[in-house]
Write a protein that binds this ligand. Structure first.
Ligand code: ATP
Length: 263
């Protein structure tokens, strides 16, 4: 079974890659690439899909930017800045490193894909958006009262909502998913196997900008137990992410192809 994000944090990546002799459904060699922001950026560049600009230094900030602390869990400690001065006013003592990304204005969409090496097919299992405090709570305070309260938006994840996107976006969704799968094969020959997630912002021009890849199951699939509209329409029965993985294992066993779906 592919380890869940929180499980990975208990294990060193070296341990997973080299010493973990139990075969995993999924590609464990990609975990290093998704957990290191520099490697992840190279993966997005290789895929040739839209992603946010990265500011190498605070002095380059010339528009809305989001400052992401390394090692932050679920958006905790992130902040937004509009200029270099703004950055220094808000940054305080940033220990442990950070990345400054262009802040994409739009709505967050997290696409849960499943790539089957057995059928060579990319499936869209489900889509979620996160419930983040306090950015999602600011709208509950009248705009006129906000300046006096001096609220600093933060992005700590507290939950997940299901989303169904308008149909005209789906071609773009599959295109970015397929490009990320193709690029993963240049990183590790077997490439992505099974569940993975693209974390994106969709702009008002309907452009999907990907800011993160998760090469595994994500917590956003939890609202889709036992099923999602996408898997229900594809299979005509309830299929969750966990069940889809079980189907792949069953098919691999039946065709003696376990090697194709494990690393
Ligand atoms: P994860 O648990 O997935 O590793 P994380 O700590 O790496 O989370 P991100 O997923 O990178 O955090 O970002 C947290 C939130 O910040 C997102 O859900 C989104 O609301 C916002 N966000 C991240 N990057 C951008 C961006 N470039 N533009 C606008 N909003 C962003």
């Amino acid at each position: 079974m592919v380890p869940h994000g929180s499980f990975i944090s208990y294990l060193s990546l070296d341990f997973i890659e080299q010493d973990f002799n139990v075969p995993l459904v999924g590609n464990k060699y990609l975990f290093k690439w998704e957990s290191d922001r520099t490697l992840e950026r190279r993966w997005l560049e290789d895929a040739g899909i839209p992603f946010p600009r990265v500011y190498d230094t605070p002095g380059e900030i010339d528009g809305p930017a989001i400052v992401k602390l390394f090692g932050a869990k679920g958006g905790q400690g992130y902040f937004v800045a509009n200029s270099s001065r703004d950055f220094h006013e808000r940054a305080g003592n940033l220990e442990g490193g950070y990345q400054i990304q262009e802040y994409i204005i739009g709505v967050p969409l997290y696409f849960h894909f499943f790539y089957s090496p057995l059928s060579d097919e990319l499936e869209l299992l489900s889509i979620d958006k996160r419930y983040e405090s306090n950015i999602d709570g600011i709208g509950r305070i009248p705009a006129a009262d906000q300046p006096a309260l001096g609220i600093r938006p933060s992005y700590t994840v507290v939950g997940n909502f299901p989303v169904v996107v308008r149909e005209s976006l789906l071609e773009q969704v599959f295109d970015i998913g397929e490009r990320v799968v193709a690029a993963s094969r240049t990183i590790s020959p077997k490439g992505l196997i099974g569940p993975f997630c693209l974390e994106t912002i969709c702009t008002s021009d309907m452009e999907i900008v990907t800011f993160e890849i998760s090469a595994r199951i994500v917590a956003g699939t939890n609202p889709f137990v036992p099923s999602s509209p996408y898997t229900y329409f594809k299979y005509g029965k309830d299929i969750s992410c966990g069940r889809r993985i079980a189907m792949e294992i069953r098919d691999a066993l039946a065709t003696e192809s376990m090697e194709e779906v494990t690393t």
